[in-house]
Ligand binder design. Structure first.
Ligand code: MN
Length: 729
């Protein structure tokens, strides 16, 4: 037996759990032989990697199948062995686990954003079949991150970003805090080495002093608590570097403001003990108001349970105390893996099911809206935010992500409550349904039973949680097919007009049918209906439609021969368009906004009578206008005065270019800002630049220049943003 195997078997035996040691040995031999010709980037024999991954899983207390699969996790990808070989040698379950992990590693590279989204979706799918696949994958990634420095700088950043954006949130969602924190800290080291170093040295500098302080506090608590609760455990804890980074560099707090860099954790036997000890603590130290959180009666979404309180001692130094039971402590550290590690004794089975329910719901919901990037956003927003706790009139607590509204609350109770809602009260006062809910308030939803009542489409824009949005979409999908079709058709036609697609009906029908088929839909009506209820975003299908149009339908040359008189006469005739613009002497004429400068209400504008499509409106300082003064007499005569009408109901698209220092979270901050201002985003494209900066191109719909100016100033305040420019597409 070689040293590596011997070391591994020793760990297996010391784990205190029963394993099929013969099978583990066989898996090792198989993997070692298959990987024999390979070396890692660091020069070590390849087999060291699966062994380290296996050790992580042993530490998590995973079962024999997982351990065996971990040893074999790279053989199908990298060696001559096939899934069938694994199945024959180690059984169906191990083969499935290895197959799952292999598949996750094989997702083709498209673009980073898309890959992340696609990655995540595949992971969730694999997870819903056997969650051990993801746990193995997380261990695999953890070891790869620990040994990342052997890779090129570019690879390091790429892997770190993916880890930060996909793997760490997944670990968090599964409650695997230790793994999550290590993944985050390892990634941060590559993504923001300067800040990482700063925090590290900052922690090191007042470490002695802080630990002394913490020891004294622990001592005092022990004296008092241990007499009554002799087997309680009292330990100190340091916040992870990334945890501090988030507060200091992202939320903009000062180092001194973070009360929980060092915390005391008290672990006891029963839930009752937890509350009793809380009483003792509040008797010993002065609690800071509004800093008490009861995650026992209201667990976090990832099932974390604990009491948190921040107190001040005589020296006026605030610090956090966390109180929980042993089981809660296992869950807090190991999350879903606690099911395997501490199987005996606790209600592990139920917990596991609870985790999986979330994943299944997530997948079902996401199949509705085919938008993969939505998933990444959802995962991040649903978990990254602080939670609020709101009461029903009966006293039940509903936990929602911060920023949730009455609508989210109603749908969190039940979709029937949301669908029949006509109003709401918060602490007895009538409030509008877009009001944000606040922790501790009692919210009462007023419903109606009258038929024909339902949610409004605007609610989709107001709701913050995916759950509410999906339930609203589901309602429209089911209840309002006819209405959806009409709405979808109108929206699409409008967009087609906007994009200047002008075709005979037959060809137009064909163009739309082809778009429907690309979405795997049988008919044009299905597509309209999907657009109508929000299942398909027009912005997603337009690029392909435009392509299709340009390649297959567009006339060989744009009409150029029409005379000015004819154009004016035709333009004058068409009074159907209302654009919010008055063109001198051509009331109600057909108007479009020039793409070169995309004017907004408030801009000074001028019109140009086009040869094909009404009057196009430019900003007065648009380069094309300036250049036009050099053009021919005939050209110059086409320019007409134009002004904004007083009442403007249209929404205008406008494209912004944002340059920012690449910092994890800047994308989220920008989109959160837009969401806060309720500004619809048409497109959002981020690109990494060579100099550690990113450029973000956002097309938003705004009402006027005032709103745009306000938006720009809000975006400028986001940390890391260097410049914002409004440009034409
Ligand atoms: Mn691997």
């Amino acid at each position: 037996m070689d040293d590596l195997l011997e070391g591994l078997i020793r760990l297996v035996e010391e784990s205190g759990k029963t394993y099929d040691i013969e099978l583990i040995k066989k898996a090792y031999m198989t993997a070692a032989l298959a990987h024999l010709p390979q070396k890692r980037m660091s020069g070590e024999p390849y087999i060291t990697h699966p062994i380290e991954v296996t050790k992580i899983l042993l530490e998590l207390g995973m079962d024999t199948d997982s351990i065996v699969a971990a040893l074999l996790h790279d053989v199908v990808e990298d060696t001559y062995l096939s899934i069938q070989d694994i199945s024959k040698g180690f059984g169906e379950t191990v083969a499935k686990l290895v197959g799952g992990v292999t598949k996750l590693g094989k997702i083709p590279f498209i673009s980073r954003e898309e890959q992340q989204a696609e990655n995540l979706r595949k992971m969730l799918l694999a997870m819903s079949e056997d969650v051990r696949v993801i746990i193995i994958k997380l261990a695999d990634r953890l070891h790869n991150m620990r040994t990342l420095s052997a890779m090129s700088d570019e690879k390091c950043r790429e892997k770190s970003l993916e880890t930060m954006e996909v793997y760490a949130p997944l670990a968090h969602r599964l409650g695997m805090t230790e793994i999550k924190e290590e993944l985050e800290d390892l990634s941060l080291q590559y993504l923001d080495p300067v800040a990482f170093g700063e925090i590290q040295s900052r922690l090191a500098s007042d470490r002695e002093q802080r630990l002394d302080f913490l020891d004294r506090i622990k001592e005092r608590i022990s004296e008092r608590v241990k007499t009554e609760y002799p087997d309680s455990i009292i330990k100190g804890r340091v916040k992870s570097i990334y945890g501090i980074y988030r507060k200091v560099y992202i939320q903009g707090r000062s180092f001194e403001e973070i009360f929980d860099i060092y915390a005391v954790r008290i672990i006891v036997n029963t839930v009752n003990d937890c509350y009793n000890i809380l009483g003792i603590i509040h008797d010993m130290f002065r609690p800071i108001p509004n800093r008490f959180k009861d995650y026992i009666s209201t667990p976090k979404a990832n099932m974390y349970q604990s009491l948190h309180t921040t107190v001040i001692d005589k020296e006026a130094v605030p610090f956090e105390i966390q109180i929980r039971t042993r089981e809660m402590d296992y869950t807090a550290e190991y999350g879903i893996a606690a099911h395997w590690k501490y199987k005996a004794g606790i209600e592990g089975k139920d917990k596991l099911e609870e985790y999986l329910v979330w994943i299944r719901q997530f997948i079902e919901n996401q199949q509705e809206s085919e938008d993969a990037q939505d998933i990444v956003m959802t995962l991040k927003t649903d978990i990254a935010q602080e939670e609020v706790f709101v009461f029903t009139p009966k006293g039940d607590v509903i936990s929602l992500p911060a920023g949730s509204t009455i609508i989210d609350f109603a749908y969190a109770i039940h979709s029937a409550v949301g669908n029949r809602m006509i109003g709401a009260k918060m602490d007895g006062r009538m409030v509008s349904i877009d009001t944000e809910v606040v922790t501790g308030k009692i919210v009462e939803i007023i419903t109606t039973n009258s038929p024909g009542h339902g949610p409004s489409r605007d609610w989709l824009k107001i709701a913050r949680t995916t759950e509410a949005r999906n339930k609203i979409r589901a309602w429209f999908k089911k209840e309002r097919r006819e209405e959806n079709i009409v709405k979808g058709r109108t929206d699409l036609e409008k967009e087609l007009r906007h994009s200047l697609i002008d075709l005979p009906q037959e060809e137009l029908d064909k163009l739309i049918l082809d778009a429907a088929k690309r979405q795997h839909m049988a008919s044009v009506d299905d597509l309209y209906a999907a657009i109508g209820y929000g299942g398909v975003a027009i912005t997603k299908i337009m690029p392909r439609m435009l392509d299709d149009y340009r390649k297959n339908y567009r006339l060989p040359a744009e009409t150029g021969a029409e005379s000015l008189e004819k154009a004016m006469a035709r333009t004058r005739k068409d009074k159907s368009a209302k654009s919010g613009v008055i063109v001198e002497g051509m009331e109600g004429c057909l108007v479009k906004f020039a793409r070169c400068c995309t004017p907004l209400p408030g801009d000074e504008i001028i019109g140009f009578i086009t040869r094909g499509y009404g009057v196009s409106i430019h900003k007065k300082d648009c380069l094309n206008v300036v250049n036009a003064s050099l053009a021919t007499e005939e050209e110059r005569a086409r320019w007409v005065d134009a002004q904004w009408a007083d009442t403007i109901r249209e929404i205008f698209d406008c494209t912004l270019y944002l340059l920012a220092n690449e910092r994890s979270g800047v994308l989220a901050d920008v989109s959160i800002e837009l969401a806060n201002m309720r500004i619809p985003i048409r497109t959002f494209v981020a690109k990494e630049l060579k100099n550690n900066q990113i450029s973000i191109q956002i097309t938003v719909s705004v009402a006027d220049l005032g709103q745009l100016t306000y938006l720009i100033s809000a975006l400028k305040k986001i940390q890391g943003v260097i410049s914002i420019e409004r440009r034409a597409k």
